[in-house]
Design a protein around this ligand. Sequence first.
Ligand code: 8R4
Length: 421
Amino acid sequence: MVILLVFPCALVIVGLIKFSMLQRPNFASECCKTSEGDESSKTIHPNSCPRLKYIRKVKIDKSERHTQINQYSLREFIGQGSYGIVQLAYNKFDNQNYAMKILSKKKMLKRAGFFGRLAPQRKKSDKGSTGSTSHPLDRIYREINVLKKLSHPNIVKLVEVLDDPVQDNLYLAFELLDLGAVVSDEPNGNPMEENQARIHFRDLLLGIDYLHRNHVVHRDIKPANLLLGCDGRLRIADFGVSCEFHGAEDIVLETAAGTPAFHAPEALAGSGQFHGKAADVWAMGVTLYFLVYGALPFSDSNISALQKLIQHKELRFPDELITSDQLRDLLRRMLDKDPSRRITVSEMKEHSWVTCDGTWLFQEEENNCNIDCFDNIVIDESPLYPPVFSVPSIPYLSSLTRLMKTMFLKHSFHLPSFKFS
Ligand code: 8R4
């Protein structure tokens, strides 16, 4: 009886899949138009964050004083991230300035070696992580996939991706944070006032809490990646070496990424596996130390000497600068060389320095939103690869029905691969 029912259903589904594959419009024409009515401008897919547009047709005009990329006029260089440079870009459609990150696909391939892989970001053995390391351009599309689902006041906002398959450069337009980095990474001997550092640190804490709760570890937290908007709010930038993970509380990594002075002791060569979240907490500790003392806790121009300091040198505070006992206690607990004893993000949110002795608690809503622009089903249509349906879990039949419904609505039966975590 069951077979009699299931078999015709399966036939109908297979038939629909085949029909849908024949009918399936290409990725671009499936999506909506922008307000400007530009045929080439499409939103990425109907149920994702409406603010992100993914444009597959890019017109470059170098005849003017400033290079024109579709509606954007590229202006001065403003920053260099872990991958690619960032330039100021004026958008003539809305008269606003944006931060445009420019990535060269060729350079990414070169960096990976002709047949090789990208510089070690994450080993294949890193447990719980998303995606494979098989294609050198994976890194770019993984970064976009992470950024496109993040929506939080303390995380940079990606608004548009310009990715023409026939062109080398890929452009990511972000909302501009007018004040730039909170401080540069260069030791400045110019410490920040403790109260000011507390304001920034609380923003950083909320941003990291949001990332960790949503299964992303940043892996390159440092002052230069913390940007300030006109409203004084801090936002975390540069997800070039970040990692997304599924189906676990934390990610187990084997290789350090990011900036050496901010690497946790357990992440350094020969130490074996380590957890991503605790490594982010260590980098936050180095960052807070840098803000309040204007210098790094462990510093040497020679990398292996630096690594030895990070692994073995006791944490010290400059005598000439008076700071509160609570701040030193927090720093000691963040920079605990033993990751299993290190303070966690939730513990930090209750620490007396962070909360001003309990007089400045975090609000309930800051405790802390989940990714708000997605259902639990994420349809990932990375431009170069077949779409991947990432399903955190399917505990009930209703979820399965919803998944099928979503696939039908999106005509997305095109070579789907399912990842159950
Ligand atoms: C970066 C977004 C920044 C932004 C630090 C990336 C990095 C470039 C240096 C972080 C960014 N508003 C990356 C986006 C991506 O992944 O490499 O909105 C922004 C950004 C940068 C600035 C402002 C900015 C302005 C002045 C000085 C430095 C940065």
